[in-house]
Write a protein that binds this ligand. Structure first.
Ligand SMILES: *[C@@H]1O[C@H](CO)[C@@H](O)[C@H](O)[C@H]1NC(C)=O
Ligand SMILES: *[C@@H]1O[C@H](CO)[C@@H](O)[C@H](O)[C@H]1NC(C)=O
Length: 478
């Protein structure tokens, strides 16, 4: 009884062993290159190559794994497996396979070459990552393109790094193109969805960006970066809208806060922030905060130097800061870019007038009287100053005195005349009054030093209608 049981067991063991041996015998001709049946292993490697060509890397690897399991001495299979793993940038595994190959075929030159290329690719990827981390984007791209993507065209880590580099160098359309390649092969690639969404985001194509983030989040609702990108975008749009709504409701101070909050969300989002800076600049102009407005408009113009609206607003802001020349300059170039715009022309005229006004002399100041001074006060001030600054009495500082004297006379010419004084107070053009804007009234007449000014009421008997006969000197009798 016992003996027969043992026999049965032994027989079972024999049968199992037989089956195993048969399997091996059946398999061996399929995969072994060493036993001379080359045709079949050539067929396997042909199939592997075909799969690699159509990027079915895992199928190719499965075939090679099975072959090696069946014949651990099948050297070519290690070689092929090393090559596929290298293309996938699974460098450590690849290295093991090439080493095994070289173990089976010591000194094989193809194997040595492959191994050294593999190590080159591996170190290039490490270098590229290092440069990316330190922000040296051109170097990183160089290593990726020249080495990694040549030896490891199926390396998703390298492809994604390349797209990150394209984003970092603001080449958004290239980033869209390259994420497209990845998504064509794997439409649920979360990294590619994230990066493609970001490219659209930075192009301010916010709807398309949002759709990419949402698609990724449907596949993985807990994906941290996708969540951050999606909700960050939502928040930005919400803040922007809130700022704009506050503007249209006339709540300018709240709008300023909302604009600043929106701008703080993503300083890199230039295509969107340019509008935020401009909106903020406009509100600040309305609030009369010229200096801050200039800063905001500068930010907008730094991003887009052709933004005419920002140029106009900066012109307005400069008027507020009394930078008349700057205002005229900005509005002039805006008017040149947009000649049909009547509002710009109107603003330019305002600025030009303000500039002119700023250059004209303040006759009140020159006579040292207030704007409300009476006729008598003005007359008194004039007499006193004319005496004080008469060139004949200032031989030491004749040039200075002549200039002063000219101004004093011109001031009296305007302020001593009711009509001219009124026009001056209204800010009317001085040149309309027949005086040179910059130089002011010239009491010395045309050439020489003929002094021909008059004033009603007389100046004592002294020099009524008097002049200063030529020859370079003045006569001024009292
Ligand atoms: C590859 O091997 C190196 C050591 O040789 C190790 O530092 C590295 O982490 C390995 N990489 C991977 C992806 O396993
Ligand atoms: C204005 O801004 C506040 C936040 O400061 C916001 O709560 C509010 O909704 C905004 N108003 C409008 C009309 O959008």
């Amino acid at each position: 009884m016992e003996a027969s049981a043992w026999r049965g067991l032994a027989f079972t063991a024999f049968l199992l062993n037989f089956v195993l041996v048969c399997q091996l015998l059946l398999l061996q001709p399929l995969v072994s290159a060493s036993d001379g049946i080359l045709g079949n292993s050539a067929e396997l490697f042909e199939k592997v190559s075909q799969n690699v060509k159509v990027k079915r890397y895992s199928e190719a690897l499965d075939d090679l794994n099975a072959a090696i399991e069946a014949d651990p001495k099948l050297s070519e299979a290690y070689f092929h497996r090393g090559s596929i793993l290298r293309q996938l940038c699974r460098y450590n595994e690849s290295e093991k396979n090439y080493k095994k190959y070289l173990e089976l075929k010591p000194g094989n030159s193809a194997g040595e070459k492959e191994l050294s290329q593999l190590l080159q690719a591996q170190s290039a990827l490490e270098t590229a990552l290092k440069h990316f981390d330190t922000g040296d984007h051109p170097k990183a791209l160089e290593f990726l393109d020249k080495v990694v993507l040549v030896f490891s065209p199926a390396c998703s880590e390298a492809k994604l790094l390349k797209i990150k580099l394209l984003l970092a160098t603001k080449d958004y359309s290239a980033a869209i193109l390259h994420t497209g390649y990845i998504l064509k092969e794997d439409e649920s690639n979360l990294d590619a969805l994230l990066l493609r969404g970001r490219a659209y985001y930075y192009l301010a194509d916010h709807d398309v960006a949002s759709r990419h983030f949402q698609k990724g989040l449907r596949l993985d609702p807990e994906h941290g970066e996708l969540k951050k990108a999606y909700f960050g975008l939502k928040n930005l749009l919400k803040k922007t809208k809130s700022a704009e709504d506050n503007v249209s409701k006339g709540k300018l101070r709240l709008a300023v806060e909302e604009y600043n909050a929106a701008l703080a969300l993503d300083p890199n989002h230039l295509t969107h922030n340019v509008h935020l800076h401009l909106g903020l600049c406009k509100v600040l102009v309305k609030l009369g905060r010229g200096k801050d407005a200039v800063t905001s408009c500068n930010e907008a113009l730094n991003i887009d130097g052709d933004l005419i609206e920002a140029l106009v607003q900066r012109g307005e802001a400069k008027l507020l800061t009394e930078d008349w020349e700057g205002a005229v300059e900005d509005l002039k170039s805006a008017a040149q870019s947009s000649p049909q715009d009547m509002n710009i022309r109107e603003a330019l005229m305002r600025a030009e007038k303000a500039l002119k006004m700023s250059k004209r002399k303040d006759w009140y100041k020159i006579l040292g009287v207030s704007k409300t001074a009476s006729v008598a006060e003005i007359k008194r001030a004039y007499k006193k100053l004319a005496l004080q600054w008469h060139p004949d009495k200032n031989v030491e500082n004749r040039e200075e005195a002549e200039a002063k004297f000219r101004d004093i006379a011109a001031a009296y010419e305007v302020l001593g005349n009711e009509e001219k004084r009124t026009r001056f107070d209204r800010g009317e053009d001085i040149e309309d009054m027949g005086m040179g804007g910059g130089g002011g009234f010239n009491p010395f007449g045309g050439g020489g030093q003929q002094f021909t000014f008059t004033f009603d009421g007389g100046f004592g008997g002294g020099f009524g209608g008097g002049g200063f006969p030529g020859g370079g000197g003045f006569e001024f009798h009292f």
